[in-house]
Design a protein around this ligand. Structure first.
Ligand code: MN
Length: 204
């Protein structure tokens, strides 16, 4: 396998127009080609700076660089998960069955209760951030994580099953400042097959 030393923008498995009417072509295209690309570029720039500093034994501001690296790698990886856990509404939405459906019911009492808590987590992120459904391998619990920016409040080692981006750049073209409406509509484009597969691969 060829060793990849830098990050690349992943291709989407659907067209930019395919998440309509819940996410417009313009909104998704800008989000993917401009915002996500900027995190890829940002992370790669810092890696190049580190490469150069290591090769030429240069002084660097390690604190500032690592902070910026965390922001950009977090942004890249979360967006990659986000695109994959959405799908065109004709094949998405509803509720998960199988192992994931069972785990959610066991932890939250019901899918409806989970949906409400996850939505609240997304709506109440201070400033920019994400809501994530995660899984703890030690306790076998699916837990919600409310991520500020791309990298704060993260539980280390927890695996991420599903994310929802609530940066304004994710919804402003379509929803203006109505984050709650965007969150409500997200449920129509959740790709539960992907989210369920992520859990199955963890605990098979
Ligand atoms: Mn985003």
């Amino acid at each position: 396998m060829e060793v990849q030393k830098f990050y690349t923008l992943p291709k989407l498995s659907y067209e930019y127009k395919d998440l309509q009417p819940f996410m417009s072509e313009e909104q998704l295209k800008i989000h993917h080609t401009k915002h996500h690309q900027a995190y890829v570029n940002g992370a790669n720039n810092i890696l190049q700076k580190l490469d150069k500093a290591h090769k030429e034994n240069l002084d660097i501001d390690i604190k500032a660089l690592l902070k910026e690296l965390s922001w950009n790698i977090g942004g890249h990886l979360l967006h990659t998960l986000f695109w994959e856990n959405m799908a065109p509404p004709s094949t998405a939405g509803g509720k998960p069955g199988g192992m994931l459906g069972d785990a959610i019911e066991k932890e939250f009492g019901s899918f409806e209760r989970f949906k409400k808590e996850f939505s609240q987590a997304a709506i109440t992120v201070e400033g920019s951030g994400w809501a994530a459904l995660t899984y703890c391998m030690q306790t076998s619990r699916p837990l919600i994580m409310q991520i500020e920016k791309h990298n704060t409040n993260v539980y280390p080692m927890f695996r991420i099953l599903m994310v929802l981006d609530v940066f304004e750049h994710a919804y402003y073209i379509d929803y203006k400042n109505d984050r709650a409406k965007f969150v409500e509509n997200f449920w129509n484009i959740v790709n539960w097959d992907t989210v369920t597969k992520r859990l199955e691969e963890l605990i098979k």
